[in-house]
Design a binder for this molecule. Structure first.
Ligand code: PA5
Length: 447
């Protein structure tokens, strides 16, 4: 079973406990819909039982591919956007040393990302770095047609082939894409790249527990078996047989729904551990893209504390009262650093001399929670023991299944993202892409 805990006691001052438990049958119904595949988007729930059914030979294949790459490269450039990059970035950052060169000293390639923006400076400066490094590329696109990664891959592939020759480049490029459709599949087959498949029934933002997330995580030197084991534990803890009160994802979904109906339209995911910054970015995509549709949905925001207490803290404490906070609380991080005593005590810190830095962080966390609750911000705590492969696997699956339940409770299809197409259509029209002639005419009349 999983070890993640959820504490919702600090929402009771804002919504009655009974309003959460009143949702029990609704939550159970939505969870069943996911499992029975009877809800909207039911052809995209392949992630639901993937952890427990993960093919053993696929894990081995990912590990072997990662090991081969690790021997030959200093940098792996992961090319992808949205769900094809945020999960890997979230987990690699959470598990890595804060300082990149320490990771490399331990013999681990650095994982860098491209194709997640079209900023010319980003790709130009990346190429400058890559000029002097041994690198490989994992190009990830389910559709194979997303402009940002396609553009980055075209540039990087040309650079790598020029640098090491076509043959060696072929050995260092891995494509993760659809089994049979799309431009990337076609190119990979033609070039003879090693490929991994993203199955049809798993959308990008639910794909971190597939080769999309697992390959970069393994290349970075982390234990993907433990990551999957964490997800398996959470899959068990959140299955329909588990009683409502024992299912942390059911409680989370019910609480969010009750808060939303009470006018709390913004959820802020907060952490007190800098390494979780990108975990929040992954979570924002998961919830934003899944729930924000049909004029509905909680807006997902994030903060990194204590840093953002000195920027966003004022608003959270005192601004419009339409927010609630979900804090990821790391109970027992490896904490060794104590605060030294100082004979002069100019900074007046001797009263905490001898204490662990983490114990100060904990008091900041507790003090912040009480202050924000006093200020009118309901608080949910998601508690993990340590930041580890296992706990991250638990959290990933926890947030995914809670997101599926929440989307159905809201009455939307949590597995599509029709809104993402609007900017693409305009961009293609403005770039005068063949096939967009009508749109080009219309858009030119508007500018
Ligand atoms: O969640 C999703 O499906 C999207 O955010 C995609 O991950 C994102 O648009 C990238 O798509 P693709 O992997 O097809 O390039």
């Amino acid at each position: 079973m999983s070890s993640l805990k959820i504490d919702i006691t600090k929402v009771y001052g804002f919504i009655p406990e009974s309003s959460i438990f009143a949702s029990e049958s609704n939550v159970k119904e939505q969870l069943k819909k996911l499992y029975n595949k009877s809800g909207e988007g039911n052809d995209f729930v392949g992630w639901l039982d993937l952890p427990s059914k993960f093919p053993a030979e696929l894990i081995t294949d990912i590990e072997n591919t990662a090991e081969k790459l690790r021997k030959n490269i200093d940098i792996l450039v992961v090319v992808g956007i949205g769900g094809s990059y945020l999960g890997a970035k979230a987990i690699v950052d959470a598990l890595s040393n804060n300082f990149v060169w320490m990771q490399q000293q331990k013999g681990n390639p650095q994982i860098v990302f491209a194709g997640q923006n079209i900023g010319e400076d980003y790709i130009t400066e990346l190429l400058e770095v890559l000029d002097h490094k041994n690198y490989g590329i994992a190009v990830i696109s389910k559709s194979g047609t997303t402009t940002e990664p396609a553009l980055a891959f075209r540039i990087l592939k040309t650079h790598l082939e020029k640098k090491v020759g076509k043959e060696t480049a072929r050995e260092r490029i891995i494509a993760i894409t659809d089994e049979s459709k799309g431009a990337l599949r076609k190119m990979a087959d033609l070039e003879g790249y090693k490929t991994f498949i993203i199955s049809d029934d798993i959308g990008g933002r639910f794909s971190v527990l597939t080769p999309v997330g697992l390959l970069p995580i393994a290349v970075a030197g982390f234990n993907i078996r433990e990551f999957i084991a964490g997800a398996v534990a959470m899959e068990k803890s959140t299955s329909p047989e588990i009683p409502f009160l024992k299912n942390p994802a059911a409680i989370y979904a019910a609480t969010r729904d009750a808060l939303y109906r009470k006018g709390k339209k913004v959820e802020i995911l907060a952490n007190f551990n800098n390494k979780l910054t990108y975990f929040s970015e992954w979570w924002k995509q998961l919830y934003g893209e899944s729930e924000g549709k049909d004029g509905k949905g909680i807006f997902p925001a994030s903060v990194n504390f204590t840093a953002d207490l000195h920027s966003m803290g004022q608003y959270i404490q005192d601004g419009e009262r339409h927010i609630f906070e979900t804090v990821i609380s790391v109970e027992n991080p490896d904490s060794k650093l104590t605060i030294p005593a100082d004979k002069d005590d100019f900074d007046q810190l001797n009263y905490i001399a001898g204490k662990n830095i983490d114990s100060v962080n904990k008091m900041a966390e507790l003090g912040t929670m009480l202050a924000h609750v006093d200020g009118g911000v309901p608080n949910i705590r998601i508690v993990i023991d340590k930041i580890s492969e296992n706990s991250l696997g638990q959290m990933v699956y926890f947030f995914e299944i809670a997101c599926g339940i929440s989307g159905y409770m809201l009455g939307v299809n949590p597995f599509n993202q029709p809104g993402v197409e609007a900017y693409k259509k305009n961009m293609f029209a403005l770039l005068e892409k063949p096939g967009f002639e009508e749109e080009t005419k219309k858009i030119k009349a508007r500018i």
